[in-house]
Design a protein around this ligand. Sequence first.
Ligand code: ARG
Length: 452
Amino acid sequence: MYKQQPQGFRDFRRPGAWRGYETYWDMPWDLQRVHPLAPTERLLKPWKIALLAVAAVLALALTIGLLAYFLVFDQQLFYYNGNFKVMGIPNSDDLARRASSEFRELSRRIEKQIDNTFVDSSLRKKYIRSHVIRLSPDPSGVVAQVVLVFLFCMDNRPALREKVESVLQQKLNQYSGPLQIHFSSSTFSDIKKEKAEALFNDFCGLRRNKSKSVRTSNRVVGGVSSAEPGDWPWQASLQQNNVHRCGATLVSNTWLVSAAHCFAQSSNPHVWSVTFGTVLYPPRIKRYVQAIIMHEKYQYPANNYDIAVVKLSERVEFTNIVHHVCLPDSTQTFPYNSDAVVTGWGALDDGRPGPNVLREATVKLIDPDTCNRKEVYNGIITPGMLCAGYLEGGIDACQGDSGGPLVTPDSRGMWYLVGIVSWGHECAKPNKPGVYTRVTYYRDWITSKTGL
Ligand code: ARG
């Protein structure tokens, strides 16, 4: 608000009003104050300066924040579908079967070559992954259908596609390695997110938006950490009266694999239910059980043949939060000493109740000779069992994790079920690693019951 001059006050802002004094400094102090040249009137008051500084800092922070947001967070996934012609591959019927070692090996090589193509290019920071969807043998080679995923922060579709195409065109055709991949833009197109997700949902063992290796999180403290939604989409909880009893693993829209000992007290399907999602209460999805098939040779309390399959009364549709893991071929091998991940809602301390949020722990596969050593399990590990953990102790599955998955990724970032949590001498004790049901050993049994 404007402040009125007091009556009788000489207004020194009027021209000539200050005449009569030699200099400005000769004026009495209270007249100096209102004179147009008065230094106090020209300089800002300290509180005003502070206020302006704060406002300037705030404005700067806001600009930087918005800029960072648009550059870093406002990025979108873009999907492309392309058919690539691969030359110099001996024709084989097995190539068309996704579970075959031929399909897996050739897909791995194609994906690797596409990875390399983008790693060497200006799009290296935008490229997420590529995934071979289908291989179709054809007289002059093999046609590979591949979905490529990018993270871009602008939405100029034609320009982006042209950029991706030109990298593929230039670099892919230049490779002189054993694998000759020919790219033609005529079969290269953008696809919608929904379409790409549907294609990916057909695939087992994919953790969406996750990197390909075991060491996925730096959240691991003491080897055990909480999972986030979609981290382990195949993990299920087997419950009685809404109380978690055991883990289980989704291997198709209707079938789960679990441990036989979970059903030692009751194998009546009507008393069991299954939930999905990383949080137990409230669950994301709940299903009832139609059938429970325990291994015929399983005998409580012995630890052999500790496997069962569970059929849901209603199928679950796959999403990136809930879908199936890959079952290994019976001949597939997983190197000892390599990393695997076990997940579950089991006790964090032997004897205490478990958590509400799914936990994950990285363990090492231990070879049977080591596991059968006198000071370890002294010869009681049979060929249908697999040890995993650490001889020094500390990280392990525990009560309540039973029936749940032990998984490892292949080089394409697809996760395989290698073990089922079965037993152990207490939890995380030195020389007493976890013992798992060896899935490859029972692979044919699983097929005989489920057709998978
Ligand atoms: N039998 C236990 C259960 O019913 C699982 C034990 C696993 N123990 C271990 N130390 N890895 O949940």
